[in-house]
Design a protein around this ligand. Structure first.
Ligand code: FES
Ligand code: MG
Length: 604
């Protein structure tokens, strides 16, 4: 055995940490590797005792409040690892905080991924506990675990407690979009605006709505990468501490069983997650992130799978923004296992998909019952039918997604009015180039925005923004809100917050910056949206469209702002579009690197 970097597997089927710490495995280097781990109190005996070394990839910090409780939970994870005979080594990963990071946390997912791959591969780590929570922390961690493919288990930090204001539930994000409308309509002042928004964040934890955080933590569980029932436990609950301890114990067991992400993240597991995403009313960010994880795992998964496998699943979970409840209620009603149980009993999940605890999702969830049938509706009596994502295409883009579960009756009454074609409508567009342009002009009466206008946002994709920002959800002009129109359909090459309930066409690929059709669209054009035929087209004649294309190219393409940091430049050079997961394209060819390459060569 040796860690000479010549492609050898340094552990001959044993623990990869032995290539650092075992005299027999690496006589020249062991002393040098050992001594620095001894300097804070680990003993030679324990490091050479063939115990699994379990990394705890810490995403919580003062900069990342959604995940900050992981700093506390890590103590219980360590207790569990010790209890099972492992050695815990906690380390930080690049902070990702959805609301605080400018220009967008979307830019940081791939950066955190990249650095976590390097850490998991380059240090004496046999298995890892991934501490997940805030939106991008879940996909970044799972993408890295997929690439390295060492035993990995995710621990959710859990949602915040429910927010309340004047006797009403106030949900993360969802209340922000609502409060913005109230402020614009003059119903509250700025102090009231802040108080209303702050009421939605009453404790440690992640967003308590069915936004991207609850979605991705639920899907990590649906994929089999975290313990059954773990995603929905509110962060401050005692069960969350117990779950942390159990997760630590399981991490050690997974190393002993050599149970790796590649054993769990199969195509069947992804299809299960797609179906559960529809049933929970998951965020439109989910396809970007799941497709990214699948690509790094080497599993075939496309946007077409989302429609084909998730399209006809009903919305069962009554959480904001599509419904009325919040995270505490989802936990009380049974969380992900209750949803999975209903789908399993209706033959809609692959029961044989393996999970981190060594049992299948069928074994874990088949008997799970719904404890509150208003919060989690039974499969036979859902909130709405066919709640999956729709994938649209046309001359404006090759692919964009629309979340069907948030299409309101009001929207149907206002737009889907043609009795001969009740799933199609035509409308004029007003086009904004980035959120600054939108904020500066939205209340300008000269734009002529009325209750049948589509608001278009471009320059907000992975390369244009850069990072792909959640700026496509746009409130209507204040005058329209005062007249009772609280939302207009939006369309764009950026993302929309998972906490927003606007009926929107999102994640358009290719984006304007990459020469997609949105770049050629102009205010005043009419667009036809046909939900039945899955089309979105500018009603501009072909010659005129071609003339615009020629001018666009002659003018040097879309004018995105210049990069401001080295990473922005690198990300722009290497990141793909949303439909294929917006991953670092050169990273995809590195698959299962722990088994493909063994341990890296020695450091000295
Ligand atoms: Fe971090 Fe929602 S902003 S979880
Ligand atoms: Mg978000």
């Amino acid at each position: 055995m040796s860690g000479n970097g010549k492609g050898s597997v340094g552990t001959a089927g044993g623990l990869r940490s032995r290539a650092w710490f075992d005299n027999a495995a690496n006589p020249d280097m062991t002393a040098l590797y050992l001594e620095r781990y001894l300097n804070y109190g680990l003993s030679i005996e324990e490091l050479q005792s063939n115990r699994p070394v379990i990394g705890i990839a810490q995403t919580g910090s003062d900069l990342a409040p959604c995940n900050r409780h992981h700093v506390v939970l890590a103590q219980r994870v360590k207790d569990g690892i010790r209890e099972a005979g492992g050695i815990p080594l906690e380390f930080p990963i690049h902070p990702i905080q959805e609301t605080g990071k400018r220009p967008t946390a979307g830019l940081d997912r791939n950066l955190a991924y990249l650095s976590l791959v390097e850490v998991l591969y380059g240090y004496p780590i046999d298995g890892v506990v991934l501490t997940i929570g805030c939106d991008k922390t879940t996909p970044a961690s799972l993408m890295a675990a997929a690439t390295v493919d060492i035993p990995a288990i995710a621990l959710s930090v859990g949602p915040m407690l429910n927010g309340w204001h004047k006797g009403e539930r106030t949900g993360s994000g969802t209340i922000v979009w609502k409060a913005r409308e109230m402020l614009a309509a003059g119903e509250i002042d700025y102090k009231g605006f802040i108080a209303l928004v702050a009421s939605s964040a009453p404790s440690t934890g992640f967003c308590n709505t069915m936004g991207t955080a609850t979605t991705m933590n639920s899907l990590a569980e649906a994929l089999g990468m975290s313990l059954p029932g773990s995603a929905a436990i509110p962060a401050p609950h005692r069960d969350r501490q117990e779950c942390a301890w159990e997760t630590g114990r399981r991490a050690v067991e997974m190393v002993r069983a050599d149970r790796k992400p590649s054993d769990i993240l199969t195509r069947e597991a992804f299809l299960n997650a797609i179906r559960i995403n529809s049933a929970i009313g998951g965020s439109t960010n989910a396809p970007i992130h799941l497709n990214a994880i699948a690509r790094h795992m080497g599993v075939e998964l496309t946007l077409a799978d989302w429609e084909q496998h998730g399209g006809d699943i009903p919305l069962m979970v009554n959480l904001q923004p599509a419904g009325e409840y919040l995270g505490e209620d989802f936990f009380r009603a049974g969380g992900v296992p209750a949803v999975a149980g209903e789908l399993l009993r209706n033959g809609l999940l692959n029961a044989d998909a393996l999970t981190v605890n060594g049992s299948t999702i069928g074994e874990n969830c088949a008997d799970a019952e719904i404890a509150d049938r208003d919060v989690i509706r039974p499969y036979a009596a859902p909130l709405r039918e066919n709640a999956g994502l729709m994938v649209l295409k046309g001359n404006l883009f090759d692919a964009a997604v629309m979340k069907v579960s948030v299409i309101s009756d009001e929207f149907r009454d206002r737009f889907l009015t043609d009795p001969d074609d009740p799933m199609a409508f035509e409308a004029g567009v007003v086009v904004f180039d980035g959120p600054e342009d939108y904020h500066a002009r939205i209340d300008d009466p000269a734009l002529g925005i009325d209750e049948r206008t589509i608001l278009v946002m471009r320059g907000a994709g992975p390369n244009g923004y850069p990072g792909g920002a959640e700026v496509v959800n746009m409130r209507p002009p204040a005058a329209l809100i005062r007249a009772g129109i609280s939302n207009l359909p939006c369309m764009g090459d950026g993302r929309q917050s998972g906490t927003s309930g606007s009926p929107s066409i999102l994640n358009a690929a290719p984006e304007a910056d990459a020469g997609g059709g949105l770049a050629l669209l102009r205010t005043g054009d009419r667009v036809r949206i046909d939900l039945l035929r899955r089309r979105a087209d500018a009603l501009v004649d072909a010659d005129e469209w071609e003339r615009r294309r020629e001018k666009f190219v002659a003018d040097g393409g879309y004018a995105s702002p210049p990069s401001q940091t080295p990473w922005q430049e690198l990300a722009r050079e290497h990141t793909g579009q949303f439909d294929t997961g917006a991953v670092l394209e050169p990273a995809v060819k590195y698959q299962k690197i722990a088994s493909s390459f063994g341990v890296p060569r020695d450091s000295h």
